[in-house]
Design a protein around this ligand. Structure first.
Ligand code: ZN
Ligand code: ZN
Ligand code: ZN
Length: 334
């Protein structure tokens, strides 16, 4: 994320702000343009009053670029779901902003939003199947209990994961979508990914079942960013993709606050043109420092992951897939 200034008084404002806390100016964010003063032409997203979305409605539409990708919203007749929806969309907007600036396609061939998101709660009838977070053919489903800190933390702990966040879910699931989209457009890219991540034609259901039955291989840390990444090449790719997005967003934010010395560009569209080894070096230095800062505050580790050479090589494959795709047109960040 970059830093923002109020268009009226130049006071610092933050990405989620709906108005300037200094002068009260109503803030409207437009992907690619940043914050501007509300005018007659800038129609706010229709979800502004309900969930605090501060984005501008897409031209001729009711919803903004981010909200338009949500095709199923939680059942608002259920207590707490409005807040859950608001928290989920607040986590989704920065991810949508990143995808937009990375220049990834966000429309399908018919011009409809893609990928799309379904935000669903478990059925009241406990005999019916629970909602599984995951991706299938451009549709990303998120179980809305992930918006509850206590639920998410108890799942994180039960699964033995070092990190579980809404941002992490979104970055992971969009990875599945873009594997499908970008490799469909370029069979050579698919071959290259298979040499790095393994053959994805192995049975996905069986691989996941084996992973949950037997656990990860004992030496997974040498080859994978997470234990779950060892379950199947698609999961390895999605986990790695998520970390490329963590790194790009993390570096963009740290650069904006002058936390990274040296000459790294400010713009994610320029960052993605640099070799991953270069980016990872900066990210590791920063994350080690922030891990210690977090410890000093008694918080959990900021970035509880190890980027070894094997993992950085996989991240480089993701970076090359994006940077080399004819479908991708990076846009200057705002
Ligand atoms: Zn202001
Ligand atoms: Zn919106
Ligand atoms: Zn996955």
């Amino acid at each position: 994320m970059r830093r923002f200034r109020c268009p009226s008084c130049q006071h610092e404002v933050f990405f989620a702000n709906t108005s300037c806390l200094n002068c009260g100016t109503v803030l409207i964010y437009k992907p690619g343009a940043g914050f501007s003063v509300s005018t007659e032409d800038s129609v706010p997203c229709a979800n502004r009053d309900s969930i605090g979305c501060n984005w501008i409605a897409d031209e001729g539409q009711d919803l903004c670029l981010s909200c338009a990708h949500t095709v199923v919203v939680p059942d608002l007749s259920i207590d707490g779901n409005l807040d859950r929806w608001a928290r989920i969309e607040a986590a989704k907007r920065p991810v949508m902003r990143s995808l937009f600036h990375m220049g990834l396609p966000l429309r399908d061939a018919d011009g409809n939003p893609a990928p799309v998101f379904q935000l669903k709660g478990d059925p009241v009838d406990r005999n019916r199947p629970r909602v599984l977070t995951g991706h299938a053919r451009g549709t990303i489903t998120l179980n809305i209990e992930e918006a509850d800190d206590d639920q998410r933390e108890s799942m994180r702990s039960a699964m033995g994961e070092p990190y579980r966040t809404l941002s992490g879910h979104f970055r992971h699931e969009v990875g599945h979508h873009f594997w499908a989209l970008l490799t469909e457009a370029d069979p050579n890219a698919l071959d290259e990914l298979r040499t790095v991540f393994g053959d994805d034609r192995q049975d996905y259901g069986e691989a996941l079942e084996a992973h949950y039955r037997n656990g990860p291989p004992p030496d997974w840390e040498k080859r994978f960013i997470s234990a779950y990444a060892s379950s199947h090449p698609w999961e390895d790719f999605a986990e790695t993709w998520a970390h490329v997005m963590h790194l790009l967003d993390g570096i963009e934010t740290a650069r904006a606050f002058n936390l990274i010395p040296g000459d790294l560009p400010l713009d994610p569209a320029d960052l993605i043109a640099l070799p991953m080894a270069h980016l990872a070096k900066a990210w590791i230095e920063l994350s080690v420092a922030l891990n210690v800062v977090n410890q000093a505050m008694g918080h959990e580790t900021f970035y509880p992951f190890v980027l070894n050479r094997a993992v950085i090589a996989k991240m480089e494959a993701v970076r090359r897939l994006i940077a080399g795709s004819s479908l991708v047109q990076p846009r200057e960040a705002a």
